[in-house]
Structure formats: structure tokens, C-alpha cells
Ligand binder design. Sequence first.
Ligand code: ZN
Length: 430
Amino acid sequence: MLFKLSILYYLVEIKLTKWLYVHNIGFRRNWIIKKLIQHCSTSLFYKDFAQKKNDFTTFPIINKAIFMANFDAINAVNIKLEDALTVAIESEENRDFSPTIKGITVGLSSGTSGNRGVFLASEKERAYWVALVLDRVLGFPLKRRRIAFFLRANSNLYDSVKSKLLAFHFFDLLHSIDAHIERLNTLQPDILVAQPSMLLELANAIAANKLDIKPTKVISVAEVLTPEDKTYLSNVFKQTIHQVYQCTEGFLASSCEHGTLHFNEDFLIIEKKYIDQEQSRFHPIITDLRRRSQPIIRYELNDIIQEKTSCLCGSKWLAIEAIEGRSDDILIFRNIENQEVKIFPDFFRRAIILADDTISDYALIQTEPTHLMLYIKSQHEESFQRACEAIQDLLKKSNIFEVEISQTNHNHTFKGQKLRRIKNDVRKTH
Ligand SMILES: [Zn+2]
């Protein structure tokens, strides 16, 4: 009961903070920043910075590697990484998703082993998160709704959204698509939450008349949703596809009624580290004004964000044109003068889909500096050749020659793993 009251309290606070922020009333924000800095004196890692100045921009910019290496010193609840990992891994293996240490929820982010993130959330933070999900994603429930939720692993973070009005049904990504279809047909969810690769499979099943569901809201999570997939899904589900951009580091952005992702700038500070000359792409450096058990301050993500300058909804919150993938998905070549040339995944995506409109799925993996593997799914045999030519043309524009492209018959996505269509595998093999 107390937990549910906290959720209601935060829901009101979130709406108020949003209103103040939208109307440019800065005094409360400065007060919140000051509070966060004060709180940092309880974190060994940040103690010195917090005592020196009342300005968070003097704090060091960190990334996942630094964050994980200093896990014990950064968190303010005295939890050791070793203990957090033991609890989280054990619970995932037993598929029992209610791990806590000292009342703090421990969760694992997806990612290859060795690259996993661990998140901590106190009960207050969980209540705040639930309030945010209600405010930004699900809408406050006035009637009973069934939610089909596809996840790699459940978490008691999600269980906490459960109520009489919101019935969560967890779909394990490791189960077969046929089992999902059967369950969905019976469940008839009002809201469908899944990653694009799963939404695409479900859309295909709807198109093939195997699946008959009519959710009123479809929410894409966890993976990059490309514009062409978004259009296809909108057509099949007959509605705007909503997106949530969330990772271990927090609930970063959600889409407005026009389907555009906006950063949650009411409780996040986003600094932009531009990575191209045109200043249209950046890595976000995030500061979460709310996280306390595990402060997230000036944390640089390696996601590549393409900036959108305005949105029809009128919101001034930083809008996202596309999340292009991660910086380790940038393909790297040598040009004719032996200089290194980096090409963003989005350029390959465009080249491939524009090469032939019968291409329904694709993947491009760089295995060597001069070798690419290309997967093309299409009704026409010549699609592969057309895509190859488009890629070679793109490379030639940057004076890159002699790159070999070979065909592969599978798209390298394994069950339970994130779909990454453009991928750089060179560093892993060398
Ligand atoms: Zn908008």
C-alpha cells in the first residue's frame, strides 16, 4: 500500500516538475541539482567533487567501463559489485526475478558477458520509475488492461508496475514464436511491449493470418527501430508505434503522440558530444537528477544519436531523429591513401534498403577491414547484387576500394540477443 501511495505521490510530482520545466521555471531545477551534488558526498567516488564545488559540470565524464570499475565506490548504498553480480546472475539462472540486497533491487542489463551493466534501485526509485512509466508510456489506468511484455529476463522492477488495473504478462524471449502466438491469441493484450525484431515477427504472423490481436498501443523497446521497420509495423498494427529508450543507465526517452522520441529532460541533463563535423550526431552524456542509490552523473553512452531539430508536437525536449546503434557499430576502412575512414551504420542501412524495395531483411557484418558479410532476404535473387553495388558505391565515394562482400544465409541474430543489423566484428577477431 505504501508503495502504491509513493507511486501516486511521484506521479503528481512528475507532472508538476514537467509543468515547471516546460514553463522554464528554473529555480526548482537548480535546487534539485544542488540536492544531487550534496547527496554525492555519500559516494566515495564523488565525495571530493561534491565538497569542492556546487557545479556538476566539474564532475568527471565517465563511461560504462569506468562506472563498472568503480561500482563499489560510486554507489551510495554500500553494495559490492561481486555481491550484486552473484545475486543477479543466480536469479537469472533460476528464472526467479526478485533479487534484492539490503532492500535494493539488483538488475542486469543485457549485453555480452563481460560487458554487462548492473543496476541498483531503491524502493523509492522503483516507485518513481513506475510513476514515470505510467506518465510517459502506459498512461494512468482507468480501466483494466492486459499488457504483453517481451523480455530477455523478467525483473521485479516490472513486477512492481502490476496492479488490479494493469495485468502484466511476461513473455520469455527464449520461448518459440509459435508458443508466443498461441498465448497472444488467447490473451488478447491491450498493450504490446517488445523489441523491434520480435514485433516484426509478430507483424509477419498477423500478415500471414496466424496471429489475430488488436492492441491499442504497441511499444518498441531495447533495440534500434529503423524508419522502414517503423513504417511496416505502423501499417500492420494500424497505429503509431511508440518507443521507449531505456537502458541500465536509466529511462532516457519516450515518444510523443507523433512517434518522435524526446529525451526526458525534466529529470535528465543531456550534454552532447558531437561525433561528426556537421554536428548532427552525438553521444549523449547523461546526468540523472533522481538516481540516488547509484548516482548517474555525466555518464557518456556510446549510442549514436541523430538529432532532430524540431517536432510537430511542439515539445522543446531534445528530439531524436534516430538511434543509429552504438559507436562500436561504426564500420572502419582504409581509403586509397591509407587513411582511416569511419562510416556510420545509418549510411549502410540507407544504401541497402534503397538498393531494392523487395528487400525485407538484411544484415551487414564487417569481419575484416577489407571484408563484409551481407545477408539479404528478398523475393528476388538479384537483390543481393543490387545491395552489393550500392554498398560499393557508398565506399567508393569515400575512396575506399577493394572491399570484398560475401553472402551469408543467416542474419546472425540469436534468440534472446539484440538485433544489430550493421555490426563491426573486426575488433573481436583481431
Ligand atoms: Zn514530439
